[in-house]
Design a protein around this ligand. Structure first.
Ligand code: SF4
Length: 118
């Protein structure tokens, strides 16, 4: 199996061609990357793709919702679960920037943190 992946690590946006074994999914070749970061990105995308998640949640004592994000990327297949957990999350002002709002969200080992003070 061959697929095209665009590296998002820098503005160059190298287009890479990744070939995997159809049965074992082993990566057989990666072509088109200009630097090692592209190869690492392609390997991650083909094995366990990760994404940052951002959202806003209601805040008691404030008319403005609180913007939050994952402190690190989470597995792409967990995004819906993380968003469901955030739908039920509530905070109460005051909140400091970087404050942990939901620890270990959905068992990912990643915290949800505030991206601004409230
Ligand atoms: S492979 Fe390297 S040069 Fe190409 S987009 Fe990725 S980080 Fe940038």
């Amino acid at each position: 199996m061959t697929q095209q992946i665009t590296c998002i690590n820098c503005p160059v946006g190298c287009r890479m061609t990744v070939t995997q074994d159809d049965t074992t999914k082993e990566i057989l070749s990666i072509e088109g990357n200009t630097c090692p970061r592209g190869k690492a990105y392609a390997q991650q995308e083909c094995t366990l793709p990760l994404r940052m998640v951002t959202a806003v949640i209601p805040a008691e004592g404030s008319e403005t919702p609180l913007s939050v994000k994952t402190a690190a990327p989470v597995p792409k297949h967990m995004i819906n679960d993380v968003m469901k957990a955030l739908q039920n999350a509530r905070v109460k002002a005051p909140v400091a920037i970087g404050q942990v709002i939901l620890p270990d969200v959905c068992g990912t080992g990643v915290n949800i943190i505030a991206t601004r003070p409230l």
